[in-house]
Structure formats: structure tokens, C-alpha cells
Ligand binder design. Structure first.
Ligand SMILES: CC(=O)N[C@@H]([C@@H](O)[C@H](O)[C@H](O)CO)[C@@H](O)CC(=O)C(=O)O
Length: 303
């Protein structure tokens, strides 16, 4: 029951900038309202999709505050607090706890390659800093660090550790983490391209960077899985994958393209921060096609 609020579709929240590239409170609220209206289960704030790696500590704290002010009590709120130093991560964790977030999460330490014991200590120090539940974030393709089932098992001896957001590509990793954790632990599917496969291999829910561009499709995929309609789930995943491939195939970074899609869906949250690349003039026409793909898939599966 305690973990029920983490099941379902949890979009990774995007960085919302004004036209000068500064964090925008008004646009952050607009994105909150859009996701609330779509009836997603919760939001994962300040992770990869939140461009946390390109923001100052004060900016990250502001984003956590703006989202909590708008959505606290309306959906599940998870704060990603991973930062280059333990000290900054703890500061973010305490800030999120004071705002009433439901859980914390953090990537492993980045830049220096540290041994397992240092990674374990980093996560443990954050966990000890607040009373909040904690979700490990495993994303080897960006951090260079791979969580092993044995370290996960060790972390789970701390009752505040409630699960793992697994963004590694093998769905077998989901099966392994679920096997170690069992029913009292929540495993999130990370790669949106295999949301359906991840759920079938044992993921309880999903946190994803493309959910915000097409929440209707992921919500419907979740319904198909709950209903045991695996053929339909496979078909909707295939349409989702066509869209993700298109989102990643333009000059602009995937997040810049998603933000343009959102603008056309009525939510302007600005562009991305360098070194991520914004969209080019050539991208504009392609984005019309992506909009068509999203609309067609919604019409096909969600009506
Ligand atoms: C490597 C990576 O960025 N993975 C994404 C995916 O959602 C990814 O954007 C999607 O599968 C498209 O490739 C998420 O797992 C990350 C995420 O949820 C976040 O922290 O924003």
C-alpha cells in the first residue's frame, strides 16, 4: 500500500526556461498544470530531463519549490537530488524534505570513477540526511557507473530505500532488481523505448523522459498491461518507438525537440541550455511530422 503511489506513469519533469534561458516560475507552473490535467501518477523533478547537470544549486532548489507549490497533494512528487558533491546533494535533499516531497532519488557520483564503497557511502549519506524514502537511480550510459544486484541488496537493508529507477537498457536488469527486492520494493522502467518489455519483466511503473511529449500513449500502454492486452501493448509501444526515433533524429537535442512539441501542444517551456543544442530551422518542418505521428497514435489507441 505504501508504495502504491509510485505505480503508474511518472514523467521526468523538463527544465522550464524563459526566453532568456533563465528558470521560469510561470512556465514551470504551466508544465505542472499540463501534466496534472493529463492525470499522470506523479513527476520526477530535477533529473536528466530536468537538465539538472546544467543548473546551479539555487536554480535546482527553486524548481523543486515551484513544482511543490503547484502539485503538492495532487500527485506523487519525487525529487532528484544527485549533484557532484555529497554536500550539495544533502542540501537539495533537505530542501525537498522541507517541501513535502514523497521521495528522494539520486544518480551515483559522477566525473571521478569511485569504488562501490564510495558510491554506497554517497547514497547512504543522502538517505541519512532526511526521513524521506529513497529511490536509487541507475543510469550507466550517462554516469559510467553500473549498479549491481549485490550493491542494490546491500542498500535495501536500509528500510528507507524503496526501489530503483533503472535506466540501463537490458530489461534483464529490471528482472534481477525485482528478484532481489521482491514485492516490497519498487522498480521503475527507465528506457521509454521498452516500457512494455520492462513492465513484463517486472517493473512496477515507469519514469521517462519522453512521457511528457505524449503522456496519453504511455497512460494507455499502462492500461493495456493492466488489462493483460499484450498484443495492443506491443502495438502502442511500436508507435511510441517510431515517435522516439523521430524525436532523436533532428539537429536539435531530443529535449529541444520535445519542448517544441510541447509548445505546439500549448505549453511553452522555452528551449534547452547549452551545450544541449536547440532546434534548427530545418527541424521545424520535421516537427510537424512528429506532431502528426503523435496525434495519429492517440487517435488509434486512446479514443
Ligand atoms: C538515458 C536517458 O536519458 N534515459 C531517459 C529515458 O526516458 C530516455 O529519455 C528515453 O528512453 C528516450 O531515449 C530516462 O530514463 C531519464 C529520466 O527519466 C530522467 O531522469 O529525466
Amino acid at each position: 500500500m505504501r508504495l502504491e503511489k509510485f505505480h503508474g506513469i511518472i514523467p521526468a519533469f523538463y527544465a522550464c526556461y524563459d526566453d532568456q534561458g533563465d528558470i521560469s516560475e510561470a512556465r514551470t507552473k504551466d508544465l505542472c498544470d499540463y501534466l496534472y490535467e493529463k492525470q499522470v501518477q506523479g513527476v520526477y523533478v530535477g533529473g536528466s530531463s530536468g537538465e539538472c547537470i546544467y543548473q546551479s544549486l539555487d536554480e535546482r532548489k527553486a524548481v523543486l519549490s515551484y513544482v511543490a507549490n503547484q502539485l503538492k497533494g495532487k500527485m506523487t512528487l519525487i525529487a532528484h537530488v544527485g549533484a557532484p558533491s555529497t554536500r550539495d546533494s544533502i542540501e537539495l535533499a533537505k530542501h525537498a524534505a522541507a517541501l513535502g516531497y514523497d521521495a528522494l532519488s539520486a544518480i551515483p557520483p559522477i566525473y571521478f570513477k569511485l569504488p562501490d564503497r564510495a558510491v554506497y557511502k554517497y547514497w547512504s549519506d543522502i538517505i541519512e540526511a532526511t526521513p524521506l524514502d529513497f529511490i536509487i537511480y541507475n543510469i550507466p550510459q550517462t554516469t559510467g557507473y553500473t549498479l549491481t544486484p549485490s550493491l542494490f541488496e546491500k542498500l535495501l537493508t536500509n528500510k528507507k530505500v524503496i526501489g530503483v529507477k533503472n535506466s540501463s537498457m537490458p530489461t534483464m536488469d529490471i528482472e534481477r532488481f525485482k528478484k532481489v527486492g521482491g514485492d516490497n520494493v519498487i522498480v521503475f522502467n527507465g528506457p521509454d523505448e521498452q516500457y512494455v518489455a520492462g513492465r513484463i519483466m517486472g517493473a512496477d511503473g515507469g519514469i521517462g523522459g519522453t512521457y511528457g511529449a505524449m503522456p496519453e500513449l504511455f497512460l494507455q500502454a499502462n492500461v493495456f498491461i493492466q488489462q493483460g492486452k499484450f498484443e495492443e501493448a506491443k502495438l502502442i509501444q511500436s508507435d511510441i518507438n517510431d515517435i522516439i526515433i523521430a524525436l532523436c533524429s533532428l539537429n536539435g537535442s531530443m529535449y529541444a525537440v520535445i519542448k517544441e512539441v510541447l509548445k505546439r501542444r500549448g505549453v511553452n517551456i522555452g528551449s534547452v541550455r547549452g551545450p544541449l543544442e536547440g532546434i534548427s530551422s530545418e527541424d521545424e518542418g520535421q516537427i510537424d511530422n512528429i506532431m502528426k505521428m503523435i496525434d495519429q497514435a492517440i487517435n488509434r489507441f486512446c479514443k
